[in-house]
Design a protein around this ligand. Structure first.
Ligand SMILES: *[C@@H]1O[C@H](CO)[C@@H](O)[C@H](O)[C@H]1NC(C)=O
Ligand SMILES: *[C@@H]1O[C@H](CO)[C@@H](O)[C@H](O)[C@H]1NC(C)=O
Ligand SMILES: *[C@@H]1O[C@H](CO)[C@@H](O)[C@H](O)[C@H]1NC(C)=O
Ligand SMILES: *[C@@H]1O[C@H](CO)[C@@H](O)[C@H](O)[C@H]1NC(C)=O
Ligand SMILES: *[C@@H]1O[C@H](CO)[C@@H](O)[C@H](O)[C@H]1NC(C)=O
Ligand SMILES: *[C@@H]1O[C@H](CO)[C@@H](O)[C@H](O)[C@H]1NC(C)=O
Ligand SMILES: *[C@@H]1O[C@H](CO)[C@@H](O)[C@H](O)[C@H]1NC(C)=O
Ligand SMILES: *[C@@H]1O[C@H](CO)[C@@H](O)[C@H](O)[C@H]1NC(C)=O
Ligand SMILES: *[C@@H]1O[C@H](CO)[C@@H](O)[C@H](O)[C@H]1NC(C)=O
Ligand SMILES: *[C@@H]1O[C@H](CO)[C@@H](O)[C@H](O)[C@H]1NC(C)=O
Ligand SMILES: *[C@@H]1O[C@H](CO)[C@@H](O)[C@H](O)[C@H]1NC(C)=O
Length: 798
């Protein structure tokens, strides 16, 4: 007789297998969020990657484009809905704003390489598209005006290219090692090509080499990518070329003509720093050309191995099918809802596409760290923790426990070897801290939920202490650039950029330290808890709102180092560009004045008590209250509440702290229904590494996590039955009886079968061993909660 445990194990295997049998990938809409408010432009939209990739893949293969109106080009994700194609490259980010990063290791099919085509000048061969682009999970297809159709697929470290050339045309494939995504608006973080090398095999079928690139969003140090490519059939001619590296330092549209290449029919040794490439030509009747390319950060040999081991068939379907299976098994089947004929197809698309966009970055580069030897896992493309700490990592904790633990180990290993954990990291280099040192929040969120595994928490805590105690003095690279003020005054003075948003974030960061200190170094806990009240030092109870009805008093306010508040010309509802030099980053002081998740009790008191707090919260959802001009970056949002940027993510749920959960449901549902739609334009801002998407997933689950604490606020689910695989093997079941189009107000809740009077649950209740949350929904808003409001574990009276 098999033991009960083996029966259960078999059953679990069966259930997981059964889950994986459903092809959730068909619900993914890869084009969701590809267009912003200006028709046909990515700018202000999701800026998502559209192309071929596996979850957390190193390779994200798609086109690179040039868009003529450079002020709104937004080339970061590679794909743009219109624009001229300059190549198809292996590495991309997803959902990011700012300067472009990557777009390296490319191929480009050409039907002519004769003058005026200059292989060193993409403007002489770039291509419009014809017809509609096609994309699905693990697959991308487009057709160029030259008549060439391109299909792409990908594995973790390799890409598959398939070209169908018109029979009557010449068939060439260009490999330009010096190709990278330009930053068309110019400026400090433009990428550069440093040097490269390419060699071809004697049978002409293969090529290998490396390219070195620097810059981009994170102003990163040079990094080197090794590549190894192979064609299915031998070309009739293979030539290498090189040319002077005359890329303009910035602004790609330098009118100067570029130099012409010099060719060689065999391996060419090129002076350091030259541009190099190769061009492959087929003269016979074959119209289909297939190629596979591996990349590595370690060596050409490894790149070749990845190519050979990960892509073993010349049938692109095999690579696509493997990608689809991996996405279904490792990602989509973690959240199972009814996909039957009656299911709302848009809701399915938004759920599974959100899961998809949430798993494109960071990139799992374990085994591919060129900088130091380590047994620890290695991840790159944290782009950025400022975006993902708020709720993305909490979802990863549940549905990707192994990857999440691995990422945290990798963050700590970066501290171990490079001195600081990153907030942003890409191309093997830390870079760009927008606010606080938010790796602190990421670690604390895992710690309070009991994640231990192979994480060395005494070192994790030491890495956090480094952030908290060793300021980086004006730098935006890592750590706390305004930490010196914070240590000396307890707040960030207006002498430093982003003084208000940094104060808010450092407060939560130090709360995060206090949370981990409780277990790792209890004698530190009170110090950091006290410091986490620093936001109160920027709270000027006399600061008035400007141009609001009703009027509100008491806001985070700029303050001098000598302690004087500066209300001169201060309107909390504006922040200029809300960017690097502003008082607040990607949100106004009005919005940041709501973002104290660890001490809502003090915040509500600071705003004048429950009623005044509620009135102010109501106000920010009133149409046309926004006084900040968000331009095309605002997705038509005209309320102070701005779901398109991360600072306000938790704000619609704050009514739970007043025991008026129905209002949280009403506001958060309205935000999602108005701004998230299953259309190319239906994402209200950059997806930001999937941060906007994970926000929506939580909304659909009927939960919202308060990061750095074990608390989840309850809202209202979008599906009548949700089965989640969490914490490895456990099942969290969420049901919604009475759910309907207009029937989504909570009437009552049961947790693990017991009636539940609180509008929040803790991690231990259902997220560890699994469990069940049963909602009863109706169309009437009711105050159903009878228990205490969600906790303020960082409550401090200064
Ligand atoms: C968008 O681009 C397509 C294809 O180039 C074009 O047909 C269409 O007119 C454009 N739409 C707008 C609103 O510009
Ligand atoms: C580029 O786009 C901006 C924003 O829509 C617009 O104001 C400007 O006129 C456009 N420039 C060109 C050359 O089309
Ligand atoms: C080019 O160099 C590579 C390695 O350096 C060598 O294997 C290959 O045979 C060379 N190709 C030609 C065409 O000489
Ligand atoms: C295309 O050429 C321009 C102008 O030389 C250059 O700035 C840009 O980086 C190139 N684009 C790509 C993707 O290589
Ligand atoms: C190529 O196509 C032409 C015209 O269809 C045909 O005559 C010729 O035999 C073909 N060549 C080969 C090598 O198949
Ligand atoms: C959820 O799990 C329950 C219990 O195993 C099962 O009856 C139900 O069909 C599942 N629902 C979905 C949508 O997977
Ligand atoms: C954690 O790291 C510290 C410092 O390197 C080391 O002394 C300790 O043994 C490690 N702990 C574990 C459990 O590996
Ligand atoms: C920041 O400045 C302080 C005081 O000048 C100095 O002690 C500290 O080492 C600096 N920190 C960094 C990371 O450079
Ligand atoms: C504080 O410093 C500002 C200038 O930084 C100055 O205008 C103000 O008078 C000072 N206040 C006090 C009380 O010293
Ligand atoms: C007070 O704020 C105003 C408006 O930002 C600014 O112009 C002024 O320099 C500030 N005053 C001091 C003393 O910093
Ligand atoms: C699932 O549960 C089994 C049996 O308890 C355990 O051995 C296994 O490690 C668990 N798997 C994961 C991914 O947690």
């Amino acid at each position: 007789m098999p033991s009960m445990w083996s029966l259960i194990a078999t059953l679990l295997t069966y259930l997981q297998f059964a889950g994986a049998q459903i092809d959730y990938s068909q619900h993914v809409n890869p084009f969701w969020g590809t267009v912003g408010p200006i028709p046909n432009y990515t700018f202000g939209g999701g800026a998502v990657f559209v192309g071929a990739a596996v979850p957390f893949g190193v390779v994200k293969l798609t086109m690179d484009t040039f868009v003529k109106n450079t002020s709104i080009a937004a080339l970061q994700g590679g794909y743009t809905p219109n624009g001229l194609i300059t190549g198809f490259s292996m590495m991309h980010e997803s959902g990011t704003g700012g300067c472009s990063k990557y777009g390296v290791i490319s191929q480009m099919p050409l039907t002519s390489i004769e003058a005026p085509v200059n292989l060193l000048d993409n403007r002489t061969y770039w291509q419009e598209r014809v017809g509609e682009d096609e994309a699905s999970v693990g697959y991308f297809k487009t057709k160029l005006e030259s008549g060439v159709t391109i299909e792409l697929s990908a594995t973790h470290h390799a890409g598959f290219y398939q070209y169908d050339f018109p029979a009557e045309e010449k068939k060439h494939v260009l490999v330009d090692v010096s190709h990278y995504l330009p930053n068309v608006v110019g400026g400090y973080c433009t990428q550069t090509y440093r040097e490269g090398e390419i060699s071809t095999s004697e049978d002409k079928k293969s090529y290998r080499g490396h390219g070195t690139y620097a810059g981009g969003f994170n102003e990163g140090a040079p990094y080197t990518v090794y590549f190894c490519g192979e064609f299915e059939s031998a070309p009739d001619e293979t030539e290498t070329f090189s040319g002077r590296n005359q890329f303009p330092g910035f602004n790609s549209m330098n009118p100067e003509p570029l130099p012409w290449p010099s060719f060689a029919s065999e391996n060419m040794t090129t002076p350091q720093g030259s541009r190099v490439g190769a061009v492959f030509t087929w003269a016979g009747n074959t119209t289909t050309v297939r190629s596979k390319v591996g990349i590595s950060f370690i060596s050409e040999e490894k790149a070749c191995r990845f190519k050979d081991e990960e892509i073993t068939s010349w049938d692109i379907r095999a690579t696509v099918d493997a990608a689809v299976e991996q996405w279904n098994r490792d990602v989509f089947s973690k959240i199972r809802v009814d996909t039957g004929a009656d299911a709302n197809k848009d809701h399915l698309a938004m759920l599974y596409s959100s899961l998809y966009f949430m798993h494109l970055i960071p990139s799992d580069r374990t085994g591919e760290n060129p900088l130091w030897e380590s047994e620890e896992p290695y991840w790159d493309d944290f782009y950025t923790l400022w975006d993902t700490f708020r709720n993305t990592v909490s979802l990863s904790h549940l549905i990707q426990p192994e990857a999440h633990e691995s990422q945290i180990r990798s963050l700590i290993d970066v501290w171990r070897h490079q001195g600081y954990m990153p907030d942003g990291r890409s191309g093997n280099d830390n870079g760009m801290v927008q606010g606080g040192s938010n790796s602190d929040n990421v670690l604390a969120d895992a710690y309070v939920k009991g994640l231990r595994g192979a994480i060395n928490w005494s070192e994790g805590y030491a890495a956090m202490v480094k952030n908290a105690e060793v300021p980086t003095n004006g730098s935006n690279k890592e750590g706390r650039g305004a930490g010196a003020d914070w240590l000396q005054y307890g707040y960030v003075s207006q002498a430093m950029p982003r003084s208000i948003s940094r104060t808010v974030e450092y407060s939560l960061n130090d709360f995060a330290l206090s949370q981990v200190a409780r277990g790792e170094k209890p004698e530190d806990a009170d110090k950091y808890l006290r410091r986490s009240a620093g936001w109160q030092l920027l709270w000027d109870a006399t600061t008035p709102s400007v141009n609001t009805t009703p009027a509100f008093t008491g806001f985070l306010t700029p303050r001098d180092r000598n302690g004087t508040f500066n209300q001169t010309a201060y309107n909390p509802a504006t922040c200029g560009a809300c960017s690097w030099p502003s008082l607040t980053y990607e949100g106004t002081p009005f919005e940041y004045s709501f973002t104290i998740p660890h001490d809502m009790q003090s915040l509500i008191e600071a705003m004048g008590g429950r009623d005044r707090f509620e009135e102010r919260l109501d106000y920010i959802f009133v149409p046309y209250t926004s006084q900040a001009d968000l331009g095309p970056n605002g997705a038509g949002i005209n309320t102070i509440m701005n779901i398109g940027n991360e600072p306000d993510f938790a704000t619609p749920y704050l009514y739970n702290y007043l025991n008026k959960q129905w209002k949280s449901v009403k506001q958060s549902r309205a935000q999602s229904r108005q701004y998230f739609r299953n259309t190319p334009t239906g994402m209200p801002g950059n997806s930001d590494a999937g941060a906007l998407n994970s926000w929506l997933i939580w909304q659909m689950l009927g939960l919202y996590p308060i990061a750095t604490t074990p608390v989840y606020l309850l809202s209202s689910p979008w599906f009548s039955e949700i089965n989640m695989t969490i914490n490895g093997n456990a099942t969290l079941r969420i049901t919604a009886q009475g759910l309907g189009e207009d029937s989504y107000f909570v009437q009552g809740v049961r947790v693990n079968g017991r009636p539940w009077g609180r509008n929040w649950v803790e991690h231990g209740h259902v997220m560890k061993e699994g469990g069940e949350i049963e909602f009863v929904l109706g169309s009437e808003p009711v105050v159903w909660e009878t228990g205490g409001v969600p906790p303020s574990p960082g409550h401090v009276v200064l």
